[in-house]
Design a protein around this ligand. Structure first.
Ligand SMILES: Nc1ncnc2c1ncn2[C@@H]1O[C@H](COP(=O)(O)OP(=O)(O)OP(=O)(O)O)[C@@H](O)[C@H]1O
Length: 837
């Protein structure tokens, strides 16, 4: 084959390879870092091989000892490849595809510029046996030096720009690696030959440099870890890469060794192209498969964020704890963590914790202290504190210690800075590895503390990058949640205030006495009016009605009203589920036929039959045994029943009304009430407001009852003294109207004069009045600075008092007490626990 043909062949091969490379890059720009590094290597190695063989061929052609020059040129090209790769790293992170395109196009451009030079006659000078290089060799070397210096300079500039200690570390290591790389290359290709040792020139530099290129890559990819760990983690990749390179290299050398004439053939060119393409394929697909096989990534960052966001935008409302669970469980899985701990400040300045794994108790305390120190008066923190003190800490790394230098800022905010440092030290001692502060616009929402990995390996830089990227979305989710809760809180408070205003307005309203059967329902409040209107509206419909309200609020009376409004001429059959023994349930409700059991001497109709077309009222439905609930469900679904022992089923035509003072949703969660039955009975729901929330009804009720009971008891009491009325108004009436009836009866039975005085009021109803008269002096004492205690201690004491009083009012029920205060139950418990400890 003619030399010109060879040149054309080689030129076409290289240009085709590069064109394929460009096309693949443009079409498929998402080659990973490993893919790109391997591409750089493969391109460099083939270029080297090509030059080496070419020089061998040329040396034969011109009978010149320039064989080794090709090696030198080859080494130079490898250097270009690897340096270019590091050079390409300079392009700032942006959209991945744009950068990848830029990088590869840049590499292609330089390689295309180099390609013609390498097989130019001027590359090798044949001026005598000793002279080995020609002018173009220096030119190419110039390219190499330019690329190396350019890469180094750009890395240094990048180093100056970035403040992130981890990125600075990474650049330093990269620069060191380039330096070592250059030194070794110079040693093998320049120093050794200078001493006349050309024997190693051919093999040594090439393998040394390709090995080094991989090490550079490895260090770039995992710059955060100490080298020992790096060897473990990337060992496989390293071995794999070296193996591939060495195999290609040996194979080609082997082929060349057969070619005494060193003639290029189409066959060799085809192998060359084939390997070139194999390199490309490896970069894009085989690599990914190997990577997935040996280094499974688990859930990706994108998936993680998208999942959480999707959950937030499309899912139903969840508690803050639920949100934290959804956010952090994938993190625990992705990083295979032994433990994770989250402390989040909620909208009441309380804290919500979430943890997985065994976390020492002290962590809670330390994290709480730090979060509270960050909340500040306005929650907006100095920018420097957030930038430095609230960046992502990698606790094992000295480089990530915040505030290492003394500045005006550290002096001004000495306490905050010290607290940050103390926190860091203590948390490291407690075995935490990473601290992820959740910060948005200088506002700290909380902290995430990540423990060790199950594997015991350190956190790698790509993982830290991932956590860094998750920080903002996590903070946004948490903050949105907190804002949402705050809005809910304000909304509830506004509604409560509106209700109060309404009730104030309604104190001038007319008192209504509504007759229901032989009973009288008395009210004045608009709340009660609304409830009754609602009851009247649904009365004509035949669907089940569910009345919920505290004990003694008048549920039965409302059930009766509904019956009166629609089926007055029919029967109203009440069943008190709490009073019925389990064995009698079925008989009571469905009745029995004669002979159904030993004592069944005659037919007995059950409640359903007795109700006929009227109303069947199940009071305290929450007490119905589970076995009976199943039968009840069937009755409601099929509207058919059969008396015990009866063969024929009878149609149930009555209207069902249910009432309870229990929280049925809670009972369902505890497995005490069937969910399907709940949905069957909860068709029309009536909520009865407790008496303490409709204070304006107390006075009319008392006046009505006073008149009724006095007449009944032949008592001379005709009015009620203002102090006694005040005591009644102040009392919380946990037993509602029934309790009011009882207390009035007791008061009347002891009253002596014509009016009911404060002395006649039973002690229990006077408690609030007593508390109030003694309260002010005790409070004053406690609140006065001379009483001792810091501001925070006094505030804590106040909070505790308010909580205790709410607990008293709710009869010790924490959920109720939290509701009264408009805070979350967890916050209430936290305050109580905090006080105890
Ligand atoms: N608005 C009212 N006016 C007059 N009396 C009322 C009023 N509301 C309730 N009562 C009386 O209070 C007592 C308790 O009422 P009722 O039995 O209907 O309450 P309940 O909520 O069903 O109680 P429980 O949950 O204990 O079954 C009854 O004597 C009832 O007449």
């Amino acid at each position: 084959m003619e030399l010109n043909q060879v040149r054309i062949l080689i030129g076409i091969t290289i240009l085709t390879g590069l064109a394929i490379l460009c096309v693949i890059t443009l079409l498929k720009p998402d080659l990973g870092k490993v893919g790109r590094a391997f591409l750089a290597l493969v391109v460099s190695l083939f270029a080297w091989y090509f030059l080496h063989t070419l020089s061998f061929y040329l040396s034969r052609f011109w009978s010149s000892p320039s064989y080794t020059v090709g090696s030198l040129a080859g080494v130079a090209v490898i250097l270009v490849g690897t340096t270019l790769y590091s050079f390409c790293e300079y392009f700032p992170e942006g959209t991945e595809d744009k950068n990848t395109r830029k990088r590869i196009l840049f590499m292609a451009f330089v390689a295309i510029c180099l390609a013609p030079l390498t097989f130019s006659k001027l590359w090798i000078s044949n001026r005598g046996a000793g002279a080995t290089v020609g002018p173009f060799f220096y030119m190419t070397s110039g390219w190499v030096v330019f690329a190396a210096i350019g890469g180094v300079v750009l890395q240094i500039r990048k180093f100056q720009k970035t403040k992130d200690p981890r990125k600075r570390n990474r650049i330093l290591r990269l620069l060191t690696a380039i330096l070592v790389h250059v030194t070794i290359t110079v040693f093998f290709s320049v120093v050794l030959p200078a001493f006349g040792s050309w024997n190693y020139f051919f093999l040594g530099p090439a393998s040394a440099v390709s090995g080094l290129a991989l090490v550079i890559y490895a260090i770039q990819f995992h710059p955060l870890l100490n080298l020992r760990a790096a060897v473990f983690q990337i060992g496989l990749r390293l071995v794999l890469g070296l193996f591939v390179c060495t195999a290609i290299y040996l194979f080609l050398t082997y082929i060349v060794s057969f070619r005494d004439s060193a003639r290029f053939t189409w066959e060799l060119a085809a192998i060359f192209s084939l390997f070139f393409l194999a390199g490309l394929v490896y970069g894009s697909s085989i690599h990914r498969r190997l990577e997935n096989r040996f280094f499974p990534r688990g859930i990706s960052m994108e998936e993680l964020i998208v999942n959480v966001f999707l959950r937030q935008t499309t899912g139903a409302y969840i508690s803050l704890e639920g949100l934290l669970r959804e956010m952090l469980e994938p993190v625990v899985q992705r990083f295979e963590l032994t433990r994770i701990f989250a402390a989040i400040a909620n909208h009441e300045d309380g804290l919500v914790f979430y943890e997985v794994g065994d976390n020492p108790n002290e962590l809670k305390e330390i994290a709480s202290r730090l979060v509270f120190s960050r909340l500040g008066r306005e929650r907006r923190l100095p920018k420097e504190l957030v930038e430095e003190g609230d960046r992502l800490f990698l606790l094992d790394e000295d480089a990530s210690i915040p505030f290492r230098k003394k500045t005006n800022f550290t002096r001004k905010y000495a306490r905050l800075v010290q607290r940050t440092l103390d926190f860091r030290t203590r948390v490291v001692q407690l075995g935490c590895r990473v601290v992820m502060p959740l910060v948005l616009q200088n506002e700290v929402c909380g902290y995430l503390l990540l423990g060790d990995k199950l594997s015991g390996r350190p956190y790698f830089e790509n993982e830290i990058d991932l956590l860094e990227k998750l920080r903002n979305p996590f903070a946004a989710l948490v903050r949105n949640h907190i804002y949402y809760e705050r809005i809910q809180f304000l909304k509830n408070r506004a509604e409560a205030e509106l209700r109060d205003l309404k009730s104030i307005g309604s104190s001038n309203r007319e008192i209504i006495h509504q007759t229901i059967g032989n009973r009288i329902l008395v009210y004045r409040s608009s709340l009660m009016e609304e409830t009754l209107n609602h009851a009247k509206r649904i009365a004509p419909l035949s669907r089940p009605v569910f009345i919920n309200g505290e004990t003694g609020t008048g549920k039965e009376l409302i059930a009766l009203l509904i019956h009166e409004q629609s089926r007055a001429s029919e029967n109203f059959v009440p069943i008190n589920c709490a009073a019925l023994p389990p064995s009698l349930w079925e008989d009571e409700i469905f009745g029995h036929v004669k002979g159904a059991f030993t004592d069944a001497k005659t037919n007995r109709s059950g409640a359903v039959e007795r109700a006929g077309k009227g109303s069947l009222f199940f009071d305290e439905i929450g007490e119905m045994p589970l076995s009976m609930q199943a039968k009840m469900l069937r009755l409601l679904q099929e509207r058919q029943f059969a008396p015990i022992g009866g063969r024929e089923s009878v149609r149930a035509e009555c209207r069902f009304i249910f009432a309870t003072n229990r929280n049925l949703e809670e009972a369902i969660r505890r497995g005490e009430f069937r969910e399907d039955l709940y949905y069957r009975i909860n068709v029309f729901r009536i909520e009865l407001v407790p008496l303490r929330d409709r204070q304006e009804d107390i006075e009319p009720l008392i006046k009505y009852m006073l008149a009724a009971f006095s007449a009944e008891m032949n008592s001379p009491v005709a009015f009620i003294a203002p102090q006694a009325m005040r005591a009644f108004l102040d009392y919380s009436w946990p037993g509602n109207i029934r309790e009011l009836e009882n207390i009035l009866l007791r008061a009347l039975s002891t009253a002596k004069g014509p009016g009911l005085s404060l002395e006649d009021v039973p002690e229990i109803a006077k408690e609030t009045t007593k508390v109030r008269s003694t309260q002010s002096s005790a409070w004053e004492k406690e609140l006065s600075p001379s009483g001792g205690g810091s501001f925070h201690e006094i505030m804590d004491a106040c909070a505790l008092r308010v909580i205790r009083s709410a607990l008293d009012r709710s009869g010790g029920n924490k959920t109720q007490a939290a509701k009264l205060l408009g805070i979350r139950r967890s916050s209430l418990e936290y305050r109580l626990k905090e006080r105890k400890s």
